[in-house]
Write a protein that binds this ligand. Sequence first.
Ligand code: UDP
Length: 382
Amino acid sequence: MYDSIVIGSGFAGAVVARELAEKKGQRVLVLDARDHVGGNCYDRLDEHGILIHQYGPHIFHTNIDRVYEYLSRFTEWYDYRHEVVGNIYGRELPIPFNLNTLELVYGERAPHLEKLLIDNFGEGARVPILELMNHENEELQEIAQYVYENVFLKYTMKQWGKSPKEIDPAVSGRVPVLLSRDNRYFQDKYQGLPKNGFTPIFEKMLDYKGIEVRLNCEAASVLTIDPEAAVPVLFEGQPYTGNIIFTGALDELFDCRFGRLPYRSLHFDFEHYDKKFYQSHGVVNYTVSEDFTRITEFKYLSGQLDAPDTTIVKEYPMSYSGKEGEIPYYAINNAENDALFQRYKELVDKIPNFYLLGRLAEYKYYNIDAIVDRALTVAEEI
Ligand code: UDP
């Protein structure tokens, strides 16, 4: 009955479903365990009319033309300029650490240090903190030490339970030391927030001939997967040989038979205030104090700047144990965990027409644009 079954309706699942239905005329069933589409990009108006991101702040940015063009079919954009400051012992400093930050921290010494940085790395360079720390020049080491201790160390200890030196270098490399005066968090060509929120993008994408969406539906309640069986996939008890595009946590698909794949989770505390603004920027990172990593004030992101009141969210990182209600947000990539992931992947590699896609299923740190791009490619391959 269905050509493809897509498990999960976040960007990975929604883009693949739409592409298969629209370009190939396929009948596609989309399953989601939650009572809404959109995965962790789901947003909604709270009881005060502020557009909140229920699963933490998501800000779109990309250099990939086809991704911007594709998403622009489903939304107009609010031209949001995302600037982040770190609250460092009560003082607010631009993050990523850039030449403006350098000036605020080093005052009169800044011009000399700026020249040193630019002579070594070039104007506009994006230098990963761990690379800066390895530089032989003593003054560069001094800057690196300042940035490491005041921007990265405690934030990363909170976020990952490990120091920046103990985690995948690509993670701290997402927020480089930036040798420019651009205070934006991202330097991509396209950036912004969907004008009416993310959720309508998913609703429009999935509202297409041939696509059926089932919410509140655990995949395991309709699908039986057994890689060793002659017919590895049963759908509602019947053999199924169409495509499966799986975007959930792979270990849970196999009852964690090799052990749990470690993910990092978050707890969100939403607070509402009867005042116009709570903080100076859309996101303030707490890089040396507090148990939460950052506070997001949503009205900056949504452009509801005239609203008389405001809603914020504090993010408390925690480990993921798989308990009911906990949500896996980030893969914890290292050699051991990646090897465990490979064992699970080998199970599905044996199943014809079975595709893994997304942050959870591929055990990978994807941004929105990267997963949309990947989903377009996978749909083409299918
Ligand atoms: N990071 C940090 N201090 C900051 C911002 C980021 O230590 O003020 C580190 C931290 O390890 C974090 C990583 O850089 O997990 C990536 O940050 P990003 O803002 O990209 O995280 P995301 O928004 O994806 O959670």
